[in-house]
Design a protein around this ligand. Structure first.
Ligand SMILES: [Ca+2]
Length: 78
């Protein structure tokens, strides 16, 4: 029962669990935030200037909160 359900879920692609359901960005190194490289995978048009604008606390990485804020502000597309 469980196995068949797991298999069906896998077929449907439901076993993929992104860090945040609302983002398409993958936290490749599981650091809990997104580097320029990780963001560029999903946003090839991302510039360093835009990245720095998104990195509100200048930590060098964009946290999920910062990413959400950037989306809300229309800096990047969801
Ligand atoms: Ca940051």
């Amino acid at each position: 029962m469980m196995n068949s359900m797991t298999r069906i879920a896998a077929i449907l692609g439901l076993t993929a669990t992104p860090l945040l359901a609302e983002t398409m960005v993958e936290d490749t190194d599981s650091s809990g935030s997104f580097s320029m490289e990780e963001l560029t995978v999903s946003y090839p048009e991302l510039t360093e200037a835009l990245f720095m604008e998104m990195d509100v606390d200048a930590s060098g990485e964009v946290s999920p909160e910062e990413l959400t804020a950037a989306m809300d502000a229309g800096l990047i597309e969801e």
